[in-house]
Design a protein around this ligand. Structure first.
Ligand code: FES
Length: 194
């Protein structure tokens, strides 16, 4: 399921698409290079971008979408704050890669290629990452995890959720500190006026 756009994201998408289209001739042959460039700028290919590109090139949106889903190089969902990649190369597949992938799907309640609605996690299957002796392998935010079992998936998720919890807490503390400073400033101003 596509994730909802964030505040202001619609405007960013429209302006990036417009800039890209300005640099390129609007022909069907240029569809892939245009999609590549927009994805490079936005980090993914939102439906709105595909729709606008299709309109500009005179190609039905459904055809643009079909082409983008055909090629692995295009991602239709934004990368999550934490990117989880499950290796599905032969060695990993044979030693339980599918079990690891299914465990993540269940935990995150998303499918491969999707991002959670809060954009915290995205899940992908990837080809051999070159550490077959550690199969099955999962890459979490560029960190390689080997011999991943369903129990290890639970552990990894707890670690990630713990980190996310700490980040949220730090953010709350920063906001509270800022609010406190603002209150003090207002109080001081009030005292000076009296
Ligand atoms: S097949 Fe997974 S690391 Fe090689």
């Amino acid at each position: 399921m596509p994730v909802e756009l964030l505040e202001g994201e619609r405007e960013t998408i429209l302006s990036e698409v417009e800039n890209t289209l300005q640099d390129k001739e609007k022909t069907r042959e240029n569809l892939i290079p245009i999609l590549q460039q927009v994805q490079k700028k936005l980090g993914y290919l939102p439906g709105l971008a595909m729709e606008k590109i299709g309109e500009a090139l005179g190609i039905p949106a459904v055809d643009v979408f079909g082409l983008a889903t055909f090629y692995d190089q295009f991602r239709l969902n934004p990368p999550g704050e934490h990117e989880i990649k499950v290796c599905m190369g032969t060695a990993c597949y044979m030693t339980g890669g599918r079990i690891a992938l299914d465990s993540f799907k269940r935990k995150l309640e998303i499918n491969e290629g999707e991002t959670t609605s809060d954009r915290k996690y995205s899940l992908e299957r990837v080809a051999c990452v070159g550490c077959c002796t550690m199969a099955p392998v999962v890459v979490v935010d560029e960190r390689i995890e080997g011999h991943v079992t369903a129990t290890r998936v639970d552990g990894l998720m707890l670690e990630l959720q713990g980190e996310a919890g700490k980040e949220d807490h730090a953010e709350e503390e920063r906001e509270e500190e800022q609010e406190g400073e603002e209150r003090e400033e207002i109080q001081e101003e009030g005292e000076q006026e009296q």
